[in-house]
Design a protein around this ligand. Sequence first.
Ligand code: UDP
Length: 339
Amino acid sequence: MPRAVKPFAKPRALVTGGAGFIGSHLCERLISEGYRVVCMDNLRTGSLENITHLQEDPDFEYVHHDVTTYIDCPGELDGIYHFASPASPADFERIPIPILKVGALGTYNALGLAKAKGARFMLASTSEVYGDPLVHPQPEGYWGNVNPIGIRGVYDEAKRYAESITMAYHRHHRVDTRIVRIFNTYGSRMRPDDGRMIPNFIQQALSGEPLTVYGDGSQTRSVQYVDDLVEGVLRLMNSREISPVNIGNPVEYTVNDVAALILELSNSTSKMIHELLPQDDPKQRCPDITRAREALGWEPEVPAREGLSRTIRWFAERFEGAEEVPETEIRPEIGRTTG
Ligand code: UDP
């Protein structure tokens, strides 16, 4: 039977991992786009602080739940954004089994909910599905180079399984699905103890400690500002693109470049020191964003200098005793575009 038509009802979306770094930005944006939002999180790596400013909004609802167990979400749902998962390499060693469970059982439960509600489903996947890539830059058609039994394998394989079950629900149960492959993203609300490159370097630069560059720092990453990612996520969800889509900024930096840029933008006198490179750390990573450009008309808009300056200011406001960070003049990128 067709659903009753409710011309004035706002659409309703569930964001799993909604109290996390990316999830909280997504909840905020969905509300501003006229959605009612159910934010679900077990706060393992998310934080209520990320959503405090949304709690009074009548269109926002927080549900404390671990999605690796059956998800009960009463009422209609139009969209499910499955963003729950720890994502920092530091977590891969600290909490490997919860990572495997949320990628496997969490995705299974969220897909079951999408099927039951007739909701469109989006999986937050990752550039980690490409592993330590042998193809550069990485197009969506590249199948990757992943060590299944390495320390990073818990995240990489969980997300590869998550993509697989998402496509199986699409093909077998006709669930309307989308897969976004997210490349390195930064911005406000990253955990200070997250362990990833950008929050580590910013904290170290602001506190005058040496920046811990792993290996010789020649490995590359391409970093995108969180607002660009959220724009890409919404465009993909509103598109007809079933195949995975890379969303990332194709300007590529070495880790040494990123460290130097953060030192400059934060006006820091910290030094750089070199530490051991973690196992299976990808040597290079850069998205080929042709599909996002063509199917979504999407391009990242925030240059690294600008996004990093904003992020440094956000950390500085939370960091007692830090010297004031100057407004930085926006100058051309120092990275390379290979996408
Ligand atoms: N990295 C570093 N120092 C740090 C944290 C990370 O040199 O304090 C390096 C890490 O080895 C990797 C890159 O920075 O080559 C990006 O690491 P991140 O943890 O941000 O995520 P990844 O892209 O590896 O998933």
